[in-house]
Design a protein around this ligand. Structure first.
Ligand code: PMP
Length: 409
């Protein structure tokens, strides 16, 4: 089947062990289109220079493009202004920044932080450490068998003691799309602040921080066609201004004396040291590519693939699917499953022999694994450049797994 986008992705057009490469690990990182690779290459071959400091042409161009990337990112997520966009290394660093700068300055003993049990460790460990330090309480929202937050959990657990509600828009294990708007509204009604981890949503559907009214949002460039090493932290201006700096050093100061310092205005206050200019420029190219394709086409392609794959997986009696078993509006193209009597690592290694790349493990969500009583799972995750042929190749290879191991069909 022809997919008009595949030709833009050099890596997808190579072979592995003489077979076409089937890449189904997009939740871990996506492949990069030529436009992104070229934007990064142009920066390094034509105007690589340290931004802000150099009073010469290429440094000024580097500064201009870096700031343009901030503007394009701000518009993409409908932030009020570019200064509300802080460039970080990735979603993980953004979440740590929020916990250590914002969380640490507002939390008191007995305050509650609330997160779903399905959170990625990146949105769990910063809160766990902070809760210990502040003698605060880390509470969990638990899920039903379909991977949705239980209805009464939201009402029962967001209370006047709740100070921070932090959650993923989409689970990286179950693919569940959480009702974030409702949760943000409820959190604000009790005076709590919200942190939205959009690492698994922004590659697939729009993020409108103003409409959602979230206090913070984070994501990684590399999961949305951009380079590794560039991430985004969005925060409401007033909160960012009140927060103390996270990392300190060059670029983020206004004035430094022997015993004291004042800090640069936003966004530089949170961007200590030489920034990842090439990464930000690559992210801008990725955003422009996504805009050119259009989220509507991205969603349609992923929906077709997910429906098809879930249907095929359900036909295999030895496969257990976690979360929603069929495609729905509250489910994205991340599918976790297990094959009876076969460890997920073995499934993944056997599929690799056919050039099929899937993920296996705890997916940085160990509390969820324990909650689901699974030591680990296999995971496939789609992007719009995948095809039904990819799904067919995956299913054919999967069908061989138990036979290979002498376990029958
Ligand atoms: N949150 C979620 C939901 C994720 O899926 C991931 C990556 N698997 C992260 C956070 C962390 O992203 P990164 O490793 O790019 O910081």
């Amino acid at each position: 089947m022809s997919n008009p986008y595949r030709k833009d992705f050099p890596l997808l057009n190579q072979k592995q062990r003489e077979k076409p490469l089937i890449y189904l690990d997009n939740a871990a990182t996506t492949q990069k289109p030529e436009a992104v690779i070229k934007a990064v290459e142009d920066y390094y071959s034509e105007y690589n220079a340290n931004p802000y400091r150099g009073l010469y042409d290429i440094s000024e161009k580097a500064t201009k493009e870096y700031e343009e990337a901030r503007k394009v990112t701000a518009e993409f997520i409908n932030a009020e202004e570019p200064a509300e966009i802080i460039f970080t290394r990735n979603a993980t660093e953004s979440l740590n920044l929020i916990a250590y700068s914002f969380g640490r300055s507002i939390l008191k003993e007995g305050d509650e932080i609330l997160i779903p049990i399905s959170e990625h460790h990146s949105n769990l460990l910063p809160w766990q450490l902070l809760a210990k330090e502040k003698k605060a309480v880390l509470n969990y929202l638990y899920l039903d068998d379909n991977g949705h937050i239980k209805e009464d959990e939201i009402e029962a657990k967001i209370t006047k003691n709740t100070r921070i509600v932090a959650l993923a828009y989409v689970s990286n294990v179950l693919g569940t799309i959480y009702p974030v708007k409702k949760i943000i509204k409820k959190a604000h009604s009790v005076g709590a602040f919200t942190v939205l981890d959009c690492a698994q949503s922004i590659p697939h559907f729009p993020l409108d921080v103003s409409e959602l009214d979230t206090d913070f949002a984070v994501f990684s460039g590399h999961k949305m066609l951009g380079p590794m090493g560039i991430g985004v932290l969005y925060g409401k201006r007033q909160l960012l201004e009140e927060m103390p700096p996270f990392l300190t050093g060059g670029e983020m100061i206004d004035f430094v004396s022997e015993q004291d310092a004042t800090f640069a205005p936003l966004p530089q206050k949170f961007e200590a040291g030489t920034p990842n200019v090439g990464g930000a420029i690559g992210l801008m190219a990725a955003i422009n590519y996504i805009k050119d394709v259009g989220y509507d086409k991205i969603q349609k392609a992923e929906e077709e693939l997910s429906v098809y794959a879930l249907d095929k997986l359900r036909e295999l009696p030895y496969v257990t699917i976690y979360g929603e078993k069929s495609y729905s509006e509250s489910r994205s193209g991340v599918i976790s499953f297990n094959v009876s009597d076969v460890h997920p690592h073995d499934v993944s290694s056997l599929l690799d022999a056919d050039g099929v790349c899937i993920r296996a493990g705890h997916h940085c969500a160990q509390p969820l694994m324990r909650y689901m009583q699974a030591a680990a799972t296999c995971r496939i995750s789609f992007y719009f450049y995948n095809t039904k042929e990819d799904v067919n190749a995956f299913i054919e290879s999967l069908k061989k797994v138990r036979r290979w191991l002498g376990l029958g069909d």
